[in-house]
Design a binder for this molecule. Structure first.
Ligand SMILES: [Fe+2]
Length: 283
């Protein structure tokens, strides 16, 4: 007879295996590199090259995609985990001066460092936590009052991934994304800027099921190729009412880039303190 001493439900996965990248256009690749690579200590993808027109930034098993165009603003904040907050502070000291005249800002909080990217994106850096020592464990999106319940039902019923409404100092929908990631939709009375087209990418196991449900509701915005489609509108699955917008690039597990090995460097390694054998980030 089995003993009921383990919470088996804690090990359950939903349909999303990885919220793999967040795409934010930036007008200046040099400033973007200074912020994401030199400041945050992340790694420019060495294999997929776009010249100076785009840049992929590896963060553990996740990425930022930064094509060159007018700046997009994420409507909420993005959580990143770095291996060492003290090291991060030293790297930020180095970029303070060249960031002058941009919207770059930094502030130490109790458990994280609040950052604004050169174009004002709200990025919060934590030390090892959320089950990772390098990655993008969550993103939180501001949504209008009264939308969290419908958003949670959308992810449960259409995307087949666990989502629940949490009422704890506010109302939010918590959506499970992979092993240790969450996409959070937090209700706010504050004015929310118009959606500007930034997107995120997810890999999902059951690929055709959500596609059929999205197509039935007229929500597929792009049939990209065999392995990918997109949708942008998050609608109440019962009424069809639009609740919020955030483009999802939805990829199957047969997408050529699924489980691609992302190169991550050890950001503590430098010209001044170089040590053989310590170039790579070791989780
Ligand atoms: Fe993308």
């Amino acid at each position: 007879m089995s003993e009921n001493k383990f919470n088996r439900a804690e090990e359950d996965f939903g349909n999303v295996l990885n919220m793999e990248h967040i795409n934010l256009t930036v007008p200046d690749q040099q400033l973007a590199a200074l912020f994401y690579v030199t400041g945050l200590g992340f790694t420019r993808d060495p294999f997929i090259d776009f010249g100076t027109f785009n840049m992929w930034i590896n963060v553990g098993e996740q990425q930022f995609h930064l094509p060159k165009r007018d700046a997009q603003r994420f409507r909420g904040h993005i959580g990143v985990v770095v291996p060492d907050l003290e090291g991060l502070k030293r790297r930020l000291d180095f970029i303070d001066r060249p960031m002058r005249g941009t919207e770059f800002a930094r502030e130490e909080k109790d458990d994280h460092i609040a950052l604004a990217c050169p174009w004002g994106n709200d990025i919060r850096a934590y030390g090892p936590s959320f089950g990772t020592s390098l990655g993008i464990p969550f993103a939180q999106i501001d949504t209008p009052p009264g939308t969290a319940d419908g958003i949670a039902r959308f992810y449960n019923e259409v995307m087949d991934t666990p989502a629940r409404v949490v009422k704890n100092g506010g109302v939010r929908a918590d959506v499970s994304m992979g092993a240790n990631q969450r996409l959070v939709f937090r209700e706010t009375d504050a004015e929310i800027p118009p959606y500007d087209g930034h997107h995120l990418a997810v890999y999902i196991a059951n690929f055709s099921g959500p596609h059929a449900k999205l197509a039935e509701r007229g929500l597929i915005s792009e049939e990209s190729d065999q392995h990918q489609y997109r949708f942008q509108t998050i609608a109440d699955p019962d009424t069809g009412e639009t609740l919020t917008e955030i483009e999802h690039e939805v990829r199957s597990l047969r997408h050529p880039m699924f489980k691609r090995h992302l190169v991550n460097r050890n950001p503590a390694q430098s010209f001044m303190n170089y040590r053989h054998g310590h170039d790579a980030f070791v989780p």
